[in-house]
Design a protein around this ligand. Structure first.
Ligand code: ZN
Length: 100
């Protein structure tokens, strides 16, 4: 996810800027609380999520979900999930294995 990359220090690509302008963001994995807030502040209206935290081997955000953050803050974001879940979960779990 490009906004997530910004979170870890890389500058967003041209693709990320185009996605922000279209107000649609695709994520391999459900964004963490900080990236979710950045998505909201960027004016993103639709978020397409691949893997969810509950499906991953290793998670550092407890039982966080985007929906819980939206409930807590009263913010609006259309969530589109169930897209390439198996592939996205495998990509993230493989990455977890590689960073041990
Ligand atoms: Zn993040």
């Amino acid at each position: 996810m490009q906004i997530e990359r910004a979170h870890v220090g890389n500058s967003p690509s041209k693709f990320a800027r185009a996605s922000i302008l279209s107000r649609l963001c695709y994520t391999t994995v459900e964004p963490c609380p900080m990236c979710c807030w950045a998505i909201l502040e960027a004016g993103i209206k639709q978020l397409v999520i691949g893997a969810r935290f509950f499906g991953l081997k290793k998670v550092k955000v407890g039982n966080f979900s985007v929906e819980k953050l939206l409930d807590m803050t009263g913010r609006q974001l259309e969530i589109i999930d169930g897209i390439m879940v198996k592939d996205c979960t495998e990509i993230r779990n493989t990455w977890f294995d590689q960073i041990k």
